[in-house]
Write a protein that binds this ligand. Structure first.
Ligand SMILES: [Cu+2]
Length: 475
């Protein structure tokens, strides 16, 4: 080593090299794969300059409490808006350089799936599926009008903000009383997949549906951030007892309706993409009591960000199932390179069911001895349920159901058989040819010879497959 290079010099060179590496990720030397990038924000007059700490220490608070905002960015100009299956983005206007939103908390007569509606609480006419979207560095002003009959407050989940904007009823602000409108305002010093929800009488208000996602796009995105399709998916759970018209938020367990953006399969809109598209699934979980291991078929994804921060490339790991804990978000990125209809669902089997699947005795393996036929003269619509999935799935079609209920599972699929899932499930539709991302391309048409069908006698004979005799090990 050159004698002139003192220890201090070496450290300086190391720091410069590090800074150079960071600068490669975005303009202005911001560490854009990370939340924050606080070094580029200037504190407003009167505030102390932040100490020059390493990035990791800064990430706990985001730096100064208030900073000079950066100019607002419009969708399609500086960022690609997220796709919200079964939902949409909250509109905004720009007033004097500030993005102004108006969130309205109100009762919504919500459609979960054919057969089930309930009076829920949501925002701007939607339940679980009104996404607020903005860009790092922007100043946002969010008016919240309370059209409910009870007091509330709204918390901005995962945000760096002044304490008085944090929205915890009674702790950081007075309640928003019925009929009142409250103003929240702060400058976004971070980017990522974040959320918002009622933070007053939490069990009731979040259980009634007062939850949503808040996506903050990076101002100077890293190259690996760019995707063709960017989906926002919010997971939640409900207790809606058969025949009732309101969620029962007093039940701690026994959620019987499991939703993605407020819908159960098959009413969950499919995620539509072209073969080779890079996707990001921004998944949040604001269920009352359940963590959800979200599982994808036919692909692997990488977990690229949490609600806390983006994960550096070197620390991302591949998965087919990501556990989304209550109050967490995860960004999952994948290349949709396999054409087909791929299930994307919570891997807890009771979470791909609806109301009527949970409340029967276990009848697997029973011989019903013609019970149905014997009982039908007395109870014309009687059907023994639970011996196999098909009975349960078709129940809704074959016999009268209690008012306002749905059967435990989905719908008839492309082969005429029932798809034996409902609840927290959707379909990733990957197609070589696509007219539009907004148009459901229908069921996948499998190339000849690529579907698991009944084996022919010729196949079985050729391969020595006998029904009563396993193949002998001839290796
Ligand atoms: Cu689940």
């Amino acid at each position: 080593m050159d004698k002139k290079l003192s220890r201090r010099n070496v450290l300086g060179i190391g720091a410069a090299a590090l800074a150079g590496g960071v600068a490669l990720l975005g303009k202005q030397g911001q560490a854009n794969t990370h939340m924050g990038g606080t070094s580029s924000y200037q504190p407003l007059a009167g505030q102390p300059k932040p100490a020059n700490r390493p990035h990791w220490e800064k990430s706990y608070s985001g730096g100064p409490i208030d900073v000079k905002p950066l100019p607002p960015v419009l969708p399609g100009k500086g960022y690609k808006p997220v796709a919200v299956p079964n939902g949409g983005a909250l509109p905004f206007k720009v007033i004097d350089g500030v993005k102004v939103f108006h969130l309205i908390a109100e009762e919504v007569d919500h459609f979960f799936d054919t057969g089930l509606r309930a009076k829920c609480w949501g925002f701007n006419g939607r339940v679980n599926s009104t996404v607020i979207e903005a860009v790092e560095g922007e100043r946002v002003r969010i008016y919240v009008t309370n059209k409910l009959g009870v007091s509330t407050s709204i918390h901005w989940h995962g945000f760096y903000l002044p304490n008085g904007m944090d929205g915890v009823g009674g702790l950081t602000q007075p309640y928003i009383m019925p009929g009142e409108t409250v103003k929240y305002e702060w400058t976004l010093r971070q980017h990522g997949t974040l959320m918002y929800h009622a933070h007053h009488d939490e069990m009731t208000q979040m259980g009634m549906g007062m939850v949503g996602m808040f996506v903050v796009h990076p101002r100077n995105p890293a190259p690996e951030h760019s995707v063709e399709r960017d989906f926002a998916l919010l997971l939640s759970e409900w207790v809606i007892e058969a025949g009732t018209a309101r969620p029962n938020t007093l039940k701690m367990n026994d959620a019987n309706i499991l939703t993605i953006n407020g819908k159960v399969f098959p009413s969950t809109a499919p995620l539509i993409c072209k073969t080779g598209d890079k996707l990001r699934l921004r998944v949040g979980n604001l269920s009352a009591m359940s963590h959800h291991p979200l599982h994808i078929h036919g692909h692997h994804f990488r977990i690229t960000a949490t609600d806390g921060e983006a994960i550096p490339l070197s620390a991302q790991w591949p998965e087919t199932t990501a556990l989304i804990g209550v109050g967490q978000t995860r960004d999952l990125q994948l290349i949709a390179d396999a054409p087909g209809d791929w299930a994307l669902h919570c891997h807890m089997t009771h979470h791909v069911m609806n109301q009527m699947g949970h409340q029967f005795p276990n009848l697997v393996g029973i011989k019903d001895g013609g019970l149905d036929e014997k009982l039908r003269p007395l109870l014309p619509a009687y059907m023994t349920m639970g011996q196999d999935g098909m009975d349960m799935g078709r129940m809704a079609e074959l016999m009268p159901m209690p008012k306002n209920t749905i059967s435990m599972k989905g719908k008839t699929g492309p082969f005429g058989d029932y798809i034996s899932m409902g609840g927290m499930m959707t379909v990733l539709k990957v197609r070589d040819q696509l007219r539009s991302y907004d148009e459901d391309p229908g069921w996948y048409k499998h190339p000849a010879g690529t579907v698991a069908l009944r084996a022919s006698a010729a196949d079985m004979s050729r391969d020595g497959i006998e029904m009563d005799k396993p193949v002998e090990d001839r290796s």
